[in-house]
Design a protein around this ligand. Structure first.
Ligand code: F1P
Length: 353
C-alpha cells in the first residue's frame, strides 16, 4: 500500500465529516439547550491531550467570545498533576467541563474528568469520536463525531470535526443561528478550494527546502498554529514551532534564516501588527506563507505564498478552514522525504498510561 494513503484520504474527506457533525448537532439541539438551560456556569474549562489540547485552545477562545463565559484550555495532564484551584469550591454556579478526546480513552483526560467532578460543582460536556468510550460514558452529555473516526494515527478530520462540533455547541448556547449557518458553509468552501490548496502546497514543497517551520497565530488562531506545528512534527519529523505572533519578536526570531518558512495566520484583530511583523521577517530573509482574508498588493508583496480565506467570516468563525492546507503541507513534506505519515515515528493512536 502506498505511503500515507489513510492520512491522505482522511484529509480529503474531512468536509463530509463536517456535514455529519453539524447534522448531529441539529438532532441533539434540544438536549444541548436543556443541558445549558439548567445551569449558569461560573467558567468553562476545556481540556485534552496533544492535538485535542490544541483544539481546546481554539474552542475555548471561540466559546468565550460567543457566550461570555470565562473559558480557558489546559492540557489534561496539567489539571491532573498540578490541580490549581479552579475558582472557589463553594461557588454555587457549577464549572462547565469540556473534555476533548478523539478516542475517549486517553488516560489523563479520563482521570482528570473524574477528579474534577469530585472536587468541584461541575457539569461535563464531552466531544469524542466514540460513544462507548470511558470519557463519553462518564460525561453528563457527549457529542460524538462517528464519521470523524480515523485509521491514521495523527488527527486530521477528527480535529476539524470536533472543533466544528464545539463551535456549533457555542452557537446553540448563544442562540446564534447566523453562526450555525456560517458553519454549514465551511464544507462547501473547503470542497471548492481543495484543488487550489493542493496546488499551493505542492508549489511550496517543490520550491522550498525549509530548515524550520514557524507557525504564528494569535487569539483563537494560536490553537491552530500549535496544531499546524504538531502536524509537521508528527508527519514529516521537521523542526517546527508555534508562537503568538508578536511573541516571536521577543527572542525566538533569533533563529530565522533565509531557509526558514514562516506560516502567518493573519487575524482580524491583530492584522496591522501582524503585517508589520511579516515585513520584519522578510527583512531577515524568511520565506512567508500567509493565510489571510485580505489578499491585496501589500500582503502579496510581503508574502512568498498566500492562501485566501472567506472575507465574510470572522477569525473565530473560519478556524477549521486553516487545517486542510497545513495538513497537506505536513503530508506532502513527509512524502517528499520518503516517510509514511500513516506510521509516524514513535507514535500510537491512543496514549494510555
Ligand atoms: C489524541 C492524541 C493526539 C496525538 C496522537 C495520539 O488523543 O494524543 O493528540 O497527536 O495522534 O493521540 P485523544 O484525542 O484520543 O485523547
Amino acid at each position: 500500500m502506498s505511503k500515507g494513503v489513510h492520512t491522505k484520504k482522511e484529509i480529503e474527506e474531512q468536509a463530509e465529516s463536517w456535514d455529519f457533525i453539524l447534522r448531529k448537532l441539529e438532532e441533539e439541539r434540544d438536549r444541548i439547550k436543556e443541558f445549558f438551560k439548567e445551569s449558569k456556569f461560573s467558567e468553562a474549562i476545556f481540556f485534552g491531550a496533544g492535538s485535542s489540547y490544541y483544539l481546546g485552545l481554539s474552542a475555548a477562545a471561540t466559546f468565550q467570545k460567543m457566550t461570555g463565559v470565562r473559558s480557558h484550555a489546559l492540557p489534561s495532564s496539567e489539571l491532573l498533576l498540578f490541580p490549581k484551584p479552579l475558582g472557589n469550591k463553594k461557588k454555587t454556579e457549577p464549572i462547565l467541563l469540556i473534555p476533548i478526546s478523539r478516542s475517549g480513552k486517553t488516560t489523563e483526560t479520563v482521570l482528570t474528568l473524574k477528579r474534577l467532578k469530585k472536587l468541584y460543582p461541575a457539569k461535563s460536556l464531552a466531544v469524542s469520536c466514540y460513544s462507548a468510550s470511558k470519557l463519553a460514558i462518564n460525561s453528563d452529555l457527549s457529542i460524538i463525531a462517528e464519521k470523524a473516526q480515523e485509521k491514521s494515527i495523527v488527527m486530521t478530520k477528527s480535529f476539524t470535526s470536533l472543533l466544528i462540533g464545539l463551535q456549533g455547541i457555542a452557537s446553540i448556547y448563544a442562540d446564534d443561528e447566523k453562526f450555525l449557518t456560517q458553519l454549514n458553509s465551511l464544507s462547501n468552501y473547503t470542497k471548492e478550494n481543495f484543488p487550489s490548496f493542493q496546488r499551493k502546497v505542492k508549489k511550496v514543497t517543490t520550491e522550498l527546502q525549509p530548515d524550520k517551520y514557524i507557525y504564528l497565530g494569535g487569539g483563537p488562531l494560536y490553537g491552530i498554529a500549535c496544531e499546524s506545528m504538531l502536524k509537521m512534527k508528527e508527519m514529516a519529523l521537521e523542526s517546527s514551532e508555534a508562537y503568538h505572533p508578536l511573541e516571536f519578536r521577543h527572542g525566538p526570531k533569533s533563529i530565522v534564516t533565509p531557509e526558514t518558512l514562516i506560516i502567518m495566520f493573519l487575524s482580524d484583530s491583530g492584522f496591522d501588527y501582524e503585517k508589520e511583523l511579516m515585513r520584519e521577517m522578510k527583512d531577515l530573509g524568511a520565506k512567508i506563507l500567509a493565510f489571510s482574508k485580505v489578499i491585496n498588493n501589500k500582503i502579496n508583496k510581503l508574502s512568498d505564498y498566500t492562501i485566501s480565506l472567506p472575507s465574510n467570516l470572522r477569525e473565530y468563525q473560519r478556524l477549521p478552514l486553516y487545517l486542510p492546507p497545513v495538513q497537506l503541507l505536513g503530508l506532502e513534506t513527509a512524502l517528499k522525504k520518503g516517510l509514511n505519515p500513516d506510521k509516524p515515528q514513535h507514535l500510537d493512536q491512543v496514549v494510555e498510561l
